[in-house]
Design a protein around this ligand. Sequence first.
Ligand code: COA
Length: 471
Amino acid sequence: MAMRKKTKRAKAKPAGSKSARRVVTLKAKKPKAAQPRPSSKPQGEAGRALDGVRILDFTHVQSGPTCTQLLAYMGADVIKVERPGIGDITRGQLRDVKGADSLYFTMLNGSKRSITIDSKHAKGRDVLDRLVKACDVLVENFAPGALDRTGLTWEHIHKLNPRMIVASVKGFGPGPYEDCKVYENVAQCAGGAASTTGFRDGPPLVTGAQIGDTGTGLHLALGIVAALYQRNRTGRGQKVLCAMQDGVLNLARVKLRDQQRLTHGPLTEYSQYGEGVPFGLATPRAGNDSGGGQPGWILKCKGWESDPDAYVYFITQAPVWGAICDVIGKPEWKTDPDYATPPARLPRLRKIFDTIEQWTMSKTKFEVMDICNGQDIPVGPILSMKELAEEPSLRATGTVVEVDHPTRGPYLTVGNPIKLSDSPADVRRSPLLGEHTDEVLRVVLRYSDKEISEIKASGALSAPEKKAEAA
Ligand code: COA
């Protein structure tokens, strides 16, 4: 929108005089943003999206690391600060190879650098202050209050570096639970996912997808990128907060939609409606019902007796109802008034899916996939993790990547699920504990050799037993 500026009148002029009537409007000049010329390099050869962004990574476990790993894949220089001797607790959790970093750690910390600093040691805090000045974003997911206890309060950080963005994951936002520690499943339960997952006659269920941790990490990454973009205009950083409860609720928003619909009558697409089971006061668990307007269910396929994943998700999408009837050998349903329209089908979904299942049980899930997709009928095979790990197309797109590790050997990780045509994903192995301590001190923080020796001698970079030896 063009800005208009009116000139102030310096002195009152006699009414009716020419100069008194004259109001000059000036068009304010819009400052030209310094935009680079479009690169002449082919797409994918002009660096990465977040080249030049340096992240001070205080994250641990899953929610925070998944965020910073994504930013690292996009080109950010992520420097992970870890406790000397111990590191991120997940390095040693669920270990499958003796003495090597676990897959829990390696799959969440790829493409990062690791520096060990005791953030409660006076000299360690000096190093951290220097890092604050050298970085663009600080990311943390400590328990509430832990970052402040290390002295890295927002005020302190901002005094050192007003451009710094401080991004945090917490379990809950401000409110009665803000001081609580939270893990994945707590967030799934507190964010509405568990109460709406599972079968109606069973207990609430958590899902295998880590919507509390990785889901919130994704939300945080978006917040960070937005804050970086705004900083280009304002020149200053800001706080970015993602509460895991909020992130899960955002992902479960269709269930809040259903909660409100309930006040206007039963949820007709839920199978309990067709089964004549009355609804209660809250959105119920819906088993494998589709969350949208096109009814769906998980159906057995050939081999289901011995293969736990021989199933397919089948959607009775209205526009292809005729094709479904032909495929399953029920052409008469196309014109039968009990089946021909979506509203007529709603109370009969159980019978419809039982009938379709008689057909899917005669085919493998991949045969069902081939036949149905040939007719534009939306279906999805239930793919096991084994099948996904071996799927060539996921390797080809870089969604599943094999990287080599010095102590554990090759392992699979999930690459960048977000494909940028001009920013190829940078997927590298996770760092060993403190692997880059010297490099960061020397190259990023520009400490001299003498200063580095002094810092080391102070014990700020070493584990407690080494400190005792040094004393
Ligand atoms: N040097 C010295 N101390 C360090 C350190 C370092 N480099 N890195 C961490 N620490 C300290 C912290 O300062 C903290 O100290 P304090 O509480 O004694 O002051 C301590 O280690 C433990 O941190 P904390 O975050 O409380 O870890 P925890 O293992 O007790 O709790 C969580 C783990 C995940 C429950 C908790 O961090 C949390 O609720 N985080 C927010 C929500 C979240 O992200 N949850 C998902 C995790 S996947």
